[in-house]
Structure formats: C-alpha cells, structure tokens
Unconditional design. Structure first.
Length: 389
C-alpha cells in the first residue's frame, strides 16, 4: 500500500526520512527489511508490525509497548534467542503473519512516541546482526519505499522532507514543463527538473544520441547504447522515467508544423542550438502567454584557451521585448562550441543557472533582481544581470 498517510504523520515520516522501509498494510504498520540473527548465526531479514488506526491524517497505535516480529527466532550474535521475543502468532493478512511478540518496556509510561518505539525495537534486533555483518542495516533507504498516490516520483523524496521544505516544493505541482533540445544544456536541465515535483516533463528533440552527445550530457552511456544511436528524446526519457513518472518524449524537431506540442505547457526551456528556428517558436509562446527561458553559450579559442559567455534569457508575460532583443541569431562559424568542443561543465552550469532562474520565477527561491537576461563570463568568473525589473 502507498505511504500517503505516513507522509502526514510526523513520527512515521521521520522513519521514512531515516530510510526505514515502512508501509501500512491490513491495518498494521509494517517495518520491513529488519536484519536479525538466526539460531545458526546467519543474518536474515524479517519485519516488525503492530496494529494502527487512521484518525484524520494521523496514524494512531492500537497497541501499547508491544510489537510483533515476522521471521524465525531472533537471536543474539551468539545465536541465543532474545529474551524479549515470545512465540506468538499474529495473522496480519492472508499469507502474512508474525511469529513472535516482542516486549521491552523502557519505563512505566512506555514509549513517548511511535518513532522512539519502532527505532528502539529495530535497534535491539539489528544491532545483533550488525555485530556479525557490519553492512546489515534496518534503514535500506528510499529504494525500498513506496510513495504517495499523488506524487510524480517513483520513490520517496526524502531530501525535501529532511530539509523541512516540503510545503515550498509543493509549488512545483501543476507545472507542465517542456524542454526543447537535449544535446547538452537541455539534458542537464532535465536532470535538475526531474528532481522536482512538476506534474509532467515533455522532451522534444528529433536528433539521435551520438558519441559527442555523451561527452556533454549527464550520465555514462554504454558503448552499445551509442552504437544503437537512439533518439535523444527517448533515450533521456527512458533514463529519467526511473525517477519521475511524468517524463515523456517526442522524437521530432520543433518547428512551425508541430507547435501544438507546446499546448498545455506552463514553462518552456529552449535549449536548441537552432537559432534560426526559434522566432516562430517564440511567437507561439508569446501569443499563448507561456513563460520560457532560452539558454545558449558562445565559446571560442583564444591563444590556445577557451573563453566565452553563458547566457540565460528569461521571457515572462508582460516582459517580452527585453528577451527578444537578447536572443541571438545563429552562431558564427568561428564559435568553437558549434564544432562540438566538449564542454560538459559549461553545459551543466548553463543549465543550472537556467533552472535556478525558473525556480525564482515561480517563487521557490527568493528573487531580488527579477532579471530578464544574465550572462556568465568564463574568463572573469562573473555573473552579470541585465534588464532588471
């Protein structure tokens, strides 16, 4: 069962943030993947369980200090049965039952909260297992956790809840992002946007993923992948769908014949190096009041070293003209970037600057400048903001 109720229960949300594999099933809290020592001194994995009821958006324990354990006899590191484990069968659901009742009351008043109770029992059992196998852990992490029904993520975002900014990050909901162009900066934009709670991310690119793309994009594709020359959009969508449910691909170049692909977008990142094809796209975005960011870089070789500028141009409803003036025409032939010099770090920086600007525009980050145009100078290591509100 998804862990939606857990996300709103403070004690149990802490367990998820710690990396415990916790779900609600058949009226019970189940803490899975608890390492324990068997009588023959091997390390196996069992589960802890106890009954709960739901009260509003909180889970209320239906038991006292007791908890039940599913597995064979939990033992000390020497293979002796733990004194707190009492044989007692508890049927949780068809095909699932606990075999022992654990009882360890730390004080006359029992445990102060659910978090303390569960972690205490998990520690008592798992400490014995860790004495034999230091890698044994009752907190395997997010990979073992199910997620809320309404989240766009495949697994739980514990980074956000640990930082206590879940309410801020909820502002991503309702956002439908389109990324046009995935050759360099666009793929790094995807890498960042896929880690947010936006509802959907559409990738548009008609090109194939080739060797030169591998050296200015996140990740490390296999040689077999490069030999197969997959469409860029599909290649990246298949990777980031492992994390975000809303990623989809369109294996086309965006032009005047398929601008309908942008319908429903709430924000668009233009990361294509086809400057000549951008005017018609920009016209459509402006006509439909869709905010967008256009990124680009101009890199050239000077005396055997690379120099140049990274650019982030932001176009918001009511503030279009400044952005129009800043978006350049096709790069001249002397631009070394057009000759595929590999600049993965600059692609990544260009993308991160764009994503930060987008987050500022929707109120995730504070914004005192609200600039329409920003450049990063490689040779001086400076960011310049222009066309401020």
């Amino acid at each position: 069962m998804p862990t939606g109720p857990l996300a709103r229960d403070r004690d149990l949300a802490r367990l998820l943030d710690d990396g415990y594999d916790v779900v609600v099933h058949a009226g019970h809290i189940i803490i899975r993947h608890i390492p324990y020592v068997t009588e023959d001194r091997t390390v196996e994995h069992g589960f802890l369980a106890y009954p709960v009821t739901v009260s509003g958006d909180r889970l209320v324990s239906a038991t006292d200090h007791r908890i039940w354990f599913g597995g064979s006899t939990p033992c000390t590191e020497q293979g002796h049965p733990l004194a707190l484990a009492h044989p007692e069968t508890r049927v949780i659901a068809e095909g699932m039952q606990a075999n022992f009742m654990l009882s360890s009351k730390p004080s006359p008043d029992g445990y102060p909260d659910e978090y303390t109770k569960i972690t205490a029992y998990a520690r008592i059992i798992a400490d014995q297992a860790q004495a034999l196998d230091p890698s044994a852990t009752p907190t395997p992490g997010a990979a073992w956790q199910e997620t809320e029904d309404d989240t766009p993520f495949v697994y739980r975002d514990t980074a956000t809840s640990r930082a206590g900014v879940a309410a801020v990050h909820r502002r991503f909901r309702g956002q439908h992002i389109v990324i046009v162009g995935l050759g360099g900066s666009g793929s790094y934009i995807l890498d960042q946007v896929a880690k947010t709670e936006v509802d959907s991310i559409l990738l548009i690119d008609g090109d194939t993923f080739d060797n030169h793309n591998a050296f200015r994009a996140p990740g490390a594709p296999t040689l077999d992948t490069l030999r197969s020359r997959p469409p860029k959009a599909t290649h990246f969508a298949s990777i980031y769908a492992n994390m975000h449910r809303g990623v989809s691909a369109c294996e086309q170049y965006l032009d005047e014949d398929n601008l309908g692909l942008l319908t429903g977008a709430t924000f668009v990142f233009l990361a294509s190096d086809d400057a000549a094809g951008k005017p018609v796209i920009i016209d459509w975005l402006e006509a439909h009041d869709v905010p967008f960011i256009d990124v680009g870089m101009g890199i050239e070789e000077i005396d055997g070293r690379l120099s140049g500028l990274l650019r982030v141009t932001t176009s918001l409803p009511g503030r279009r003209e400044a952005a129009r003036r800043r978006i350049p025409q096709p790069a001249p032939e002397r631009d070394a970037y057009a000759r595929n010099i590999q600049t993965a770090d600059l692609n990544a920086l260009n993308a991160v600057l764009a994503v930060i600007r987008w987050k500022r525009s929707i109120g995730i980050y504070a914004d005192a400048t609200d600039e329409s145009h920003a450049t990063y100078s490689l040779i001086t290591n400076q960011i310049a903001n222009e066309d401020l509100l």
